[in-house]
Design a protein around this ligand. Sequence first.
Ligand code: GDG
Length: 502
Amino acid sequence: MGADNSATDDGIVPAVDDGELIVVSNRQPYTHSYDHGDGERSITVNRPAGGLTAGLDPVMQETDGTWIAWGDGEADADVTGDDGTVRMPPESEAYTLKRLWLTDEEVEGYYYGYSNRVLWPLCHGGTMKTDYVERYWQRYQQVNETFADAVVETAGADSLIWFQDYHFTLAPRWVRDALPDSAFLTHFWHITWPGWDTFRACPQHEQLLEGLLGNDLLGFHVERYCRNFLDCVDEALDDAFIDPEGGRVSYEGHTTVVKAFPMGIDADSIREHAEAADDDFWREFQSSHGIDPSTNVIVGVDRLDYTKGIVERLDALERLLETRPEYRGEVCYVQKANESRSLIPDYQDLQTEVQESIDRINDRFGTDDWQPVIYINEFIPQRELCGLYRYADVMLVSAVRDGMNLVSKEYVAAQVDDDGVLVLSDQAGAHEELGDRALTINPYDTDAFADTIERALTMEMDERAERMVALREQVESHDLYAWMESVFDTIDELRAKDTDDD
Ligand code: GDG
């Protein structure tokens, strides 16, 4: 499968008739913005850059589905009809994008509030960071209702509705109650699901579980999150019947199948971008960032989020340089981190903390001709990112909690020379698949983490290649398309069984 190929080339589409597939996500696949070039204002369309959105786009085109999402682009309304819909992509108009308009108050309460100041920290085990403000919960319910109404308006009796992520915990129950049983509801939860002892702290825990149990199929990245979810249902809902072996919950006359689908990446596309980034690219990259060609490059790529363990990673690098002076001047750490959710105080604090850690390390160890940490805090194009992955000798993924972590898989897929080493936290979902051949760290164990960085830097070429070949095989054979196929096959099987049972 090449970079220009897609799921549909391989027949990876669910068994639905045209118009029956409905995807619901917070972020939309296309946004419209204003371009002020040449003194004239025009409208440009921004396309999906990669990941699941790019992978699903051809599936939507093939099935002429409807994608329902928050219309957050500045020029979105200018190109959208009164009913909130616009046909996408612009050149072929093959499916419908239905944009929902949210007020500033709704965005504050639903997105910045309940989604990212309650559910995000709660699901990552950070109960101390949760902020149970009543208006967040009110607006989260309100927006879930808006999305549920839009789904019900759009859906037919046989629709397949696919919710994405923690922004839509409540909508599935309302949609389930409004549509006939023949409609199928599925949900993929992209982040971790915590144990009951954490989840029970949430005052709305029952409503959240009841909402999600409106789905026919609920997917998580790994088995552990499925078990945690089933435990929470078991503890919280007296009337739920749970079959832990079969991964099924029956509640109020409806059955939900709970299953692990470890998400993959578009490995071919990453590899092709990495191959295109040749030695000239790397020389140019090194020179523009002041990296001496003789230094070993270590890389970290993250959204600036407290779950990613960026400060813990910088502590380990500092420990390495402090305790092993022979690495001073010999290694350079490139931290690629773009700002995210900046209106939330915890994220502002993190940005400050990361900047302070970097400044401290650079002040402490840097010299006139060597800067230990290079900080890139703007979004970089895919080709440049893949080139950076390819040429970095070591990648550090030190999440303190992470649903999957696609960056670790992207680094592996970009290792076309099989000479990089992946250092991976055992707190990332990706560790289940990659942990055997990566070097495992506990992000909080600074000394051992520093030792592991040294081990990665000094690993012989044979061992690097042996590990990376196995990692690449894993990532390539369990790519985004294999993931979509597995989700669609499960849906098709469950729907076929439901029809037989009728
Ligand atoms: C959530 C879960 C789960 C980042 N900077 C640039 C850039 N990126 C891309 C990476 C990667 C993506 O962003 C980040 O994905 P992750 O999986 O690492 O992390 P989250 O954003 O937290 O995602 C996570 C995921 O959902 C999927 O289910 O794995 O656990 O938290 O694809 O490449 N891409 C480009 N330039 C950048 O500067 N081009």
